[in-house]
Design a protein around this ligand. Structure first.
Ligand code: HEC
Ligand code: HEC
Length: 266
C-alpha cells in the first residue's frame, strides 16, 4: 500500500515537471500587484507615453497631428476593469471610437496576471486633471492616411494582434513573450528591424544580439551603450527609460532567445 502511495506521489511530481506553470509573464519581483504593475508599465512604455503620473502628455507634431496620450487617471474613473482591458488590447473605446498612436497590438498577448497588475497600478494613481482632447490630424497625417501608411490602433490590432516573433520552443517561451511586448514595437515581429517610415532611424536586425556576450548585452539594455562603447540614439533612450527596469534573469532569457533565433535563421 505504502509503495503504491509513494509511486502515486512520484507520478504526480513527474506530471508537474512535464507541465510547468505558464511561464509567459514578466518576473514577479514584488508580491504587491501595484508594484509589479508599475514595473511592467515602465517596461512597456505606458509610463513613458502617458507620463509617470499617467495623467497624459501632449505629443503633437504641428504639421502631422495634434495628439495627446490619454489621461489614464481619468480613464480609471470612467471604465471598469473589463472595459480598461478591452481598450488597452483592442485600440478602441467602448463607444467604438478608435485610438491613434496607442500600440495596443503589443498588448494583445499579455498574460492575465501582468494585465491585472497593470490595471491595479493605473487604479492606484491619484486622479489628476481632466480628459485630453481627441487627435486633430494635420496635412502630414492626412497624406499618410490616404497612402495607407498611418492607420488606427484598432486597425494595427486587426493586422498584427495575433502575430508573434519566431517560436524557439517552450524553453524560450517566456523571452519570446517579453520580446513581443517590448522589442517588437521597433524591431518588428520578425525581429528583422528596418526603416519603419521615411526618414526614421534604421532599426537593427535583433540577430545582432547573437554576437553579444551576455554582460555586454545587459550593459546595453541597462544603459543604452552598445558593445565597443558606442552611444546609441533612440535605442539608448529606450534602454535608459524602460529597459533599466529589466531583471538580470529577464535579460539573460532575452539574450538566450535572440541567440537561438540568430543561430537558426541567420
Ligand atoms: C507610444 C505611446 C503609447 C504607449 C507606449 C502606450 N500608450 Fe496608451 N495611448 C496613447 C495615446 C496617444 C492614446 C490616445 C489615443 C487617442 O486619443 O486616439 C492612448 C490611449 C490609451 C487608453 C484609452 C484611454 C481612454 O480614456 O479612452 C488607455 C486605457 C491606454 N492608452 C492605456 C495604456 C497602457 C496600459 C499602456 C501600456 C501597457 C499604454 N497605454 C501604452 C499612447 C501610448
Ligand atoms: C522605440 C524603439 C525601440 C525599441 C522599443 C527597441 N529598440 Fe533596439 N534599437 C532601436 C534603434 C533605432 C536602434 C538602432 C540604434 C539607434 O539608432 O539607437 C536599435 C538597436 C538595437 C541593437 C543594436 C545595438 C548595436 O550593437 O548597434 C540591439 C541589440 C537592440 N536594439 C536590442 C533591443 C532589444 C533587445 C529590445 C527590446 C528589449 C529593443 N532593442 C527595443 C530602437 C528600439
Amino acid at each position: 500500500m505504502r509503495g503504491l502511495v509513494g509511486l502515486f506521489v512520484l507520478v504526480s511530481l513527474a506530471a508537474c515537471a512535464a507541465d510547468p506553470p505558464d511561464q509567459r509573464a514578466f518576473d514577479r519581483l514584488s508580491a504587491d500587484p501595484v508594484k509589479h504593475g508599475e514595473r511592467v508599465s515602465l517596461l512597456l512604455g505606458c509610463s513613458g507615453c502617458h507620463g509617470a503620473d499617467l495623467a497624459g502628455k501632449e505629443w503633437s507634431e504641428p504639421e502631422f497631428a495634434t495628439v495627446w496620450s490619454a489621461n489614464l487617471t481619468a480613464s480609471a474613473a470612467k471604465y471598469d476593469d473589463a472595459q480598461l482591458k478591452a481598450v488597452i488590447v483592442g485600440g478602441k473605446r467602448p463607444d467604438g471610437r478608435v485610438l491613434w498612436d496607442m500600440p495596443s497590438h503589443l498588448f494583445t498577448q499579455l498574460a492575465d496576471a501582468d494585465m491585472a497588475a497593470l490595471i491595479a497600478f493605473i487604479r492606484s494613481r491619484p486622479k489628476k486633471g481632466a480628459e485630453h482632447p481627441p487627435p486633430v490630424f494635420g496635412p502630414g497625417a492626412k497624406k499618410e492616411m490616404a497612402e495607407g501608411l498611418y492607420v488606427s490602433s484598432a486597425e494595427t490590432v486587426a493586422r498584427s494582434g495575433k502575430a508573434w516573433p519566431p517560436d524557439m520552443g517552450q524553453e524560450h517561451a517566456r523571452a519570446r513573450y517579453i520580446v513581443r511586448a517590448t522589442c517588437a514595437e521597433c524591431h518588428e515581429m520578425t525581429l528583422r528591424g528596418g526603416i519603419p517610415y521615411p526618414g526614421a532611424e534604421p532599426r537593427a536586425d535583433l540577430r545582432i544580439a547573437g554576437a553579444y556576450e551576455l554582460k555586454d548585452f545587459s550593459h546595453l539594455l541597462h544603459t543604452g551603450t552598445a558593445a565597443g562603447n558606442r552611444k546609441l540614439g533612440l535605442m539608448g533612450e529606450v534602454a535608459r527609460g524602460r529597459y533599466s527596469h529589466f531583471s538580470e534573469a529577464e535579460i539573460a532569457a532575452i539574450h538566450a532567445y535572440l541567440k537561438a533565433v540568430a543561430e537558426r535563421d541567420p
